[in-house]
Design a protein. Structure first.
Lengths: 171, 210
């Protein structure tokens, strides 16, 4: 156990450094994302043709073939249109909202937004924790390997333990 | 009278090192006295400057404790440094005397400190040094000097530089090991101490060089 007593600080430092790096990486790889929804209140009722145009433009400007980022929901005969954005970070959501506002504006629709806004955070807790734990383990292993390679005699206790000698002095 | 250049190079002993090694020196003197030991080898695996510093200052401190000391340098790389500390008289040195004279006393030089005498070493390569020491029966040639000096201190060269360190181990009866904190390696130190054990050297302990 003298090995641990002698090297715990080095091992801890490596575990903390690599663990911190893992935390940073997990924040980059698994950023906080949200499912977002918002109701737009239109001044007039929306016709089926207008809604169809809005859907087409949302697909052209916001969605692409691979991902379906945003979708709209409209009940016939109502003057509301719901915008749903799935699994996106705050910046993306703000960008989509701006684009959606432009679509409505270019179609000559007047509206009030920010009604019934909901931000539902998506839970990335588990992959983040797993990443951090793995990085701490890797740091600990690196620390142990470093400690195994550190054969310096750095203290009076080292002299006694490794060499079986007493320390006469230090200069 | 000393030349001006000699005075310029003079360093003398370092008071901080003296302070640090005071207790160690007393332990060394007492243990050697109690065990009838007279020839102390100060050496290391790879810290020649630490060995030269420690041996020089231990020798000085032992003189202060009333002992008559002969310091023998067997590390060519540290000759200049030791000379700058002790300022011995000029003249024949260890290897020339071993090779050409039956009397070791011819190599002994008085240093600037009373009761501290010194045998210096010529600048030769490692192989030549070992060849001369191997064939010189140094241990028995030191015997007459043991009657005159209370303690003989030998500055040993780095252990890892020589394959045949046995010739140096067998000249001494006691050992102080210098270990430099940043470059030491306990495996190498163990090998060195195990070999010294084969020659029945009484290991007094380790002095750490920070």
């Amino acid at each position: 156990m003298y090995f641990l007593k002698r090297n715990w600080m080095d091992i801890l430092v490596f575990a903390l450094i690599v663990g911190s790096a893992g935390t940073f990486i997990s924040a980059l790889v698994f950023p906080q994302t949200f499912d977002y929804e918002e109701f737009y209140l239109l001044d007039n009722e929306l016709s089926a043709e207008q809604y169809s145009n809005i859907s087409i433009q949302v697909n052209e400007m916001i969605n692409n073939d691979e991902t379906r980022l945003a979708e709209t929901v409209h009940r016939e005969g109502s003057n509301t249109i719901e915008l749903k954005i799935n699994d996106a970070n705050k910046g993306t959501i703000e960008g989509v909202k701006t684009e959606f506002d432009e679509i409505l504006s270019t179609m000559g629709l007047s509206f009030t937004d920010d009604n019934g806004t909901q931000w539902n955070p998506i839970n990335n807790f588990l992959p983040k924790v797993v990443t951090i734990i793995i990085s701490i383990l890797i740091g600990t292993i690196i620390g142990v390997v470093y400690a195994l390679g550190n054969r310096r005699v750095m203290s009076d206790e080292d002299v006694k333990h490794y060499l079986g000698q007493k320390t006469l002095g230090t200069f | 009278m000393r030349k001006q250049s000699e005075v310029d190079n003079f360093q003398g002993v370092d008071h901080e090192i003296l302070e640090n090694l005071q207790t160690a020196t007393k332990v060394i003197r007492n243990t050697m006295g109690r065990n009838g030991l007279q020839t102390l080898l100060v050496s290391s695996v790879n810290d020649s400057s630490g060995v030269a510093e420690a041996a020089t200052h231990i020798a000085y401190l032992m003189v202060q404790l009333g002992q008559r000391i002969l310091l023998i340098n067997m590390d060519c790389t540290m000759e200049e440094h030791v000379v700058s500390r002790l300022q011995p008289e000029k003249g024949d040195k260890l290897l020339k005397t071993l090779a050409g004279s039956p009397y070791m006393s011819e190599a002994i030089k008085q240093t600037q400190y009373d009761e501290l005498n010194y045998i210096g070493i010529e600048d030769v390569d490692d192989k030549e040094l070992m060849d001369i020491i191997d064939g010189s029966n140094l241990d028995s040639r030191l015997n007459p000097l043991r009657n005159y000096f209370d303690t003989i201190i030998i500055i040993g060269p780095d252990y890892e530089r020589y394959e045949r360190y046995s010739s140096i181990f067998e000249t001494a009866d006691s050992l102080v090991t210098i270990s430099k904190d940043n470059t030491s390696d306990y495996r190498k130190l163990r090998t060195y101490l195990n070999e010294s054990d084969l020659f029945k050297l009484y290991s007094l302990g380790v002095i750490r060089h920070r």
